[in-house]
Design a protein. Structure first.
Length: 224
């Protein structure tokens, strides 16, 4: 990522040199051990072609200095890899979850489908009624198979390693400010190898241009 950010800033440097200096400076982030899933159990995810087709949602937990829980709702757009929102609260139930989604609808719109695990907030009556009223499909992964929700699981790992583990939150308001600042940096400044070195925001803009080009009449769409 550092190599991509240097390239983004116009610095011409060899990636091997960056890696060597990175190791000498001891900048490596200690990786958490992850449970290995047999290849036969993996189910591939198909990335949507447009933004707002499928969102993935999950919860990430942390604590403030007084040992009280922070429950953060994370939402990722599967197509653009953008973090649509991170909402940090002490508690988020089913009704609160639907209110958060309605607020997002005002600024971004809603997806055609949402992928989640089998948590009670996602499977409860409030969420099911909300999705039915708005004609949104709910995709639930199989219990015990987080690899079926790989986009949000990967994002949560980045959030944990690069933000939550790097800060000591004294209170909830401070945590909200720091987490939101990291979310904006992730979308607008952090290049991703999976997106060809683009940031999620830049990639979203590229997808939007491609989509508009394909929907213009007589645009010779068959060439794409």
């Amino acid at each position: 990522m550092i190599y991509l950010k240097l390239r983004q800033a116009g610095v011409v440097v060899n990636h091997k040199r960056v890696e060597r200096l990175y190791a000498e400076a001891g900048l490596q982030v200690r990786r958490r051990k992850r449970k290995k899933v047999p290849v036969s159990d993996r189910q591939p995810l198909v990335r949507p072609a447009q933004a707002n087709q499928i969102w993935s949602m999950d919860f990430v937990f942390d604590r403030t200095a007084d040992a009280r829980v922070i429950k953060s709702l994370t939402i990722v757009d599967d197509a653009t890899h953008e973090c649509v929102a991170i909402v940090a609260e002490r508690a988020i139930g089913g009704n609160a979850l639907t209110r958060i989604l309605d607020r997002l609808a005002l600024s971004r719109g809603l997806p055609k489908a949402i992928r989640t695990d089998n948590g009670k907030e996602f499977c409860g009556r409030a969420m099911l009624s909300w999705a039915h009223d708005r004609n949104i499909k709910l995709f639930l992964i199989e219990p015990g198979k987080p690899n079926q929700n790989a986009y949000i699981e990967s994002f949560n790992g980045r959030l944990r390693d690069e933000c939550l583990n790097e800060h000591w939150f004294t209170n909830l308001p401070q945590a909200k400010v720091i987490i939101e600042a990291w979310r904006r940096q992730y979308n607008e400044e952090r290049p991703k190898k999976a997106l060809g070195g683009l940031t999620p925001a830049a990639y979203a803009g590229l997808l939007a241009v491609r989509t508009n080009t394909l929907t213009i009449p007589d645009s010779k769409a068959s060439r794409y």
